[in-house]
Design a protein around this ligand. Structure first.
Ligand code: TXA
Ligand code: MG
Length: 356
């Protein structure tokens, strides 16, 4: 398939508006368009067209029991596709458009190919102007998972998308780097009007509580699934973001981590192998002084979880081009934006946490 790649850094010029019109036309005809959002890039198709939805699964290599998020241009449009409620209105007023996805009972207009046969649908109104312009011009909701091949980190810039999707989609809209860099927060509205957090993201549990929502955190957000356990969000059960070299998360002080890494480095060196460490910027000098031969990747400042979120998926992709045998990173804390980092990193590490 020939993939048209277009740069769209604003929507100001007639040429840029023409590109949006072309993308919208592809969507209406059942094709696939990758577009930028403030979280990660999405692989979009007409959410009301079952065949188009099937093409998304094929292009990603995604299991068809993992449902898609539908993207709308205005929060009020959700009522066309889902059964909304006062809780939804509350979320809309506080957080939409933005990095929040809400799961509600589905209306029949959305085909089962999109919901993977569930009685609910996930709805999101992104804030990114290119995403909103594309959805509005298409005139249909756009079903879009993250635009990565299944099992790879979500793409946070056009280069990542091109790596995974060139030749598999009709068009890629390059809107620059994604501002947040981790996928949206997903909440399910429960029958009593409370929220069940299924995936942490840019909107934190504290943000949700601050507008009067009752929030429960699904155990799969922080814990490994037990054998035979059923999940509410099918995406939770798949291995995610797996780098080629195994990743281990170190839980301990910088001194304890340096000590551990020094021993591990020596043991691997004896076998002719190497390791790579993802580190906070402030700790890089300490690590480099203690272990000059170790290769380091910088994650951002220790207390700047937004910077770390922004960098994480790019770093995980970079590790795949390094000739390294083991990867180590500090275990993030489970609060605020840290919870989203923790959730992605324990999956990338297949829950391998080393307590020091
Ligand atoms: O930030 C984002 O959310 C990005 C951008 C493109 O919007 N999209 C994204 O989509 O991350 P995806 O498909 O990679 O992740 C969506 C997750 C999956 O884990 C899926 O299982 C879950 O949402 N999901 C979708 N519909 C659901 C439903 N009805 N019930 C429970 N979980 C659902
Ligand atoms: Mg994804």
């Amino acid at each position: 398939m020939n993939t048209v790649i277009e740069k769209l850094l604003s929507l100001d010029t007639p040429q840029e508006r023409k590109i949006i019109a072309q993308g919208a036309d592809i969507i209406r005809r059942g094709g696939l368009v990758v577009f930028p959002t403030e979280t990660v890039y999405g692989l979009g198709a007409d959410a009301t067209n079952p065949w188009a939805a099937k093409h998304i699964y094929e292009a990603k290599g995604r299991p068809s029991d993992n449902p898609l998020i539908i993207h709308i241009a205005h929060p009020h449009e959700a009522a066309l596709y889902a059964v909304t409620s006062p809780t939804y209105d509350m979320l809309t007023a506080a957080f939409m458009p933005g990095p929040l996805t809400v799961i509600m009972p589905v209306r029949p207009i959305i085909p089962s190919e999109v919901t993977a046969g569930l009685p609910t649908v996930a709805v999101r109104c992104p804030e990114h102007p290119v995403a909103r312009a594309l959805i509005a011009a298409a005139g249909v909701p756009i079903a879009a998972p993250s635009a990565n091949l299944s099992g790879r980190p979500s793409p946070t810039c056009a280069a990542h998308v091109i790596e995974d999707m060139q030749g598999r989609v009709d068009m890629i809209l390059d809107g620059g780097a994604s501002e947040i860099g981790l996928e949206s927060t997903i909440v399910k509205i429960e029958e009593d009007g409370g929220l069940l957090l299924l995936r942490p993201g840019g909107i934190t549990p504290a943000d949700l509580a601050s507008v009067g929502c009752r929030v429960r955190i699904a155990s799969a957000v922080t814990d490994a699934l037990k054998a035979g356990e059923t999940v509410i969000s099918p995406g939770m059960k798949y291995r995610h973001y797996a780098p080629q070299a195994p990743l281990f998360l170190l839980d301990g002080t910088i001194e304890a981590r340096i000590d551990f890494l020094a021993k591990r480095f020596k043991a691997l060196q004896a076998e002719g192998k190497t390791l790579t460490v993802l580190t906070y910027n402030e700790e890089a000098v300490l690590l480099q002084r203690a272990l000059p031969e170790i290769s380091l990747l910088l994650m951002g400042n220790c207390d700047n979880e937004h910077a770390q979120a922004h960098a994480l998926f790019d770093l995980l992709r970079q590790t795949d081009s390094l000739n390294t045998h083991e990867l180590y990173a500090p275990l993030p804390r489970c609060e605020g934006m840290g919870l989203a980092l923790y959730n992605r990193m324990i999956r990338a590490a297949a829950h391998q946490i080393i307590r020091l």
